[in-house]
Ligand binder design. Structure first.
Ligand code: GZL
Length: 333
């Protein structure tokens, strides 16, 4: 080989070593992902987990942000099908209305992995796996925390997540399942804040202007972002969040931990967004022709100001962890 050719080969080999891209584009696993949006700190952490893990594994990722609109998700999934990706994954903004497009993916023989949220479908085989939290149990943990720390008599205001979404439906279901055993615990106000901080503040302002305002003792928010918006509204109404109104929410984002440490909130039920690695484990198993579990639950805890409250069951205890500055500093999202 002449000297010039030797230099070219050496440079190409060096490039491969430096970029680490041992795979040519053609043999990378192609994944299409449709994300709900960027509505909350939780969602942003979820997106970072997906993109970071895809980059680490040299996945050819086509990522689409649906801006919380179902029609955008359906359009994105159809685009993935026409692109001929190897696997489609998405976090469905709402639980219904995806049956037709999932049938189109099945006809195109492209496996679908549900991520974070599930869908209601009447036919089996429209997705191969669902990776995400048990939202009903998250709602139960919130309900058990209220019973054990506030007591068996409380008037509750509820900030509901996105109408029709699996987390909103199931967190409400789990919370109500627990408090239905205590007639003294009543939900006296309930409205959707669409999982956003701005809407959570707006709805809490309306609660605090309503005739029931002074009866509200507990706020149960389906996510931390709506609770953080509500904290602002409570302060602007001249009340002390975390004291005049006890606040429990779900997600476990760092800003909520900081609010609890500052005494402005009381408890957050963790919902783990860092499941990108689990997603791409499943993608790689599918690519290798291996079978994958149909359900992969997330592992998560519960954190509050004092700790040591069992919000699980006697048989399967889940004891709350006391929030400290050290824990706040260690949070990854
Ligand atoms: C839960 C996730 C929810 C979060 C919200 O897994 O789908 O959506 O609780 C987010 O913060 O908007």
């Amino acid at each position: 080989m002449n000297k010039f050719a030797t230099v070219i080969v050496a440079a190409a080999a060096a490039m491969l070593l430096v970029t680490g891209c041992s795979k040519s584009d053609s043999d990378k696993i192609k994944v299409g992902f449709s994300q709900v949006g960027a509505e909350s700190d939780w969602r942003k952490a979820s997106t970072e987990s997906i993109k970071g893990e895809a980059a680490k594994r040299n996945i050819d990722l086509t990522f689409s942000d649906a801006q919380q609109k179902q029609e955008n998700q359906i359009k994105a999934i159809r685009n993935f099908i026409s692109k001929g990706v190897d696997v489609i994954s998405f976090s469905p903004v709402v639980a219904t209305g995806f049956e037709d497009v999932l049938k189109e993916a099945k006809e195109a023989e492209i496996p679908v992995v549900l991520f974070d949220r599930a869908v209601d479908v009447s036919e089996d085989g429209l997705y191969v796996s669902f990776i995400g939290s048990d939202f009903v149990e998250e709602g139960r943990r919130a309900g058990r925390w209220v019973v054990k720390t506030v007591g068996e008599n409380a008037n509750v205001a509820e900030l509901v997540g996105t109408v029709g979404s699996a987390p909103a439906i199931d967190r409400k279901k789990g919370f109500e399942e627990i408090i239905s055993n205590y007639p003294g615990i009543k939900i006296i106000k309930s409205q959707s804040g669409d999982f956003t901080r701005a809407k959570g503040k707006e709805v809490m302002e309306s609660f605090l202007k309503s005739p029931e305002a002074d009866q509200i003792q507990v706020l149960f928010a389906h996510n931390d972002d709506m609770a953080l918006g509500a904290i602002q509204a409570i302060e602007e109404a001249g009340k002390k969040p975390g004291k005049d109104i006890i606040i429990i929410s779900i997600d476990g984002v760092k800003t909520m931990f900081e609010a609890i440490l500052a005494g402005k909130a009381n408890c957050t039920v963790e919902c783990n967004p860092l499941i990108g690695a689990q997603l791409f484990d499943v993608v790689e198993q599918i690519h290798e022709g291996k079978s994958v579990p149909s359900r992969i639950p997330s592992v998560e805890g519960v954190y509050d100001a004092d700790g040591n409250v069992n919000v699980g069951t006697d048989r399967e205890p889940v004891v709350t962890k006391k929030i400290t500055q050290e824990i706040v500093d260690s949070r990854k999202y």
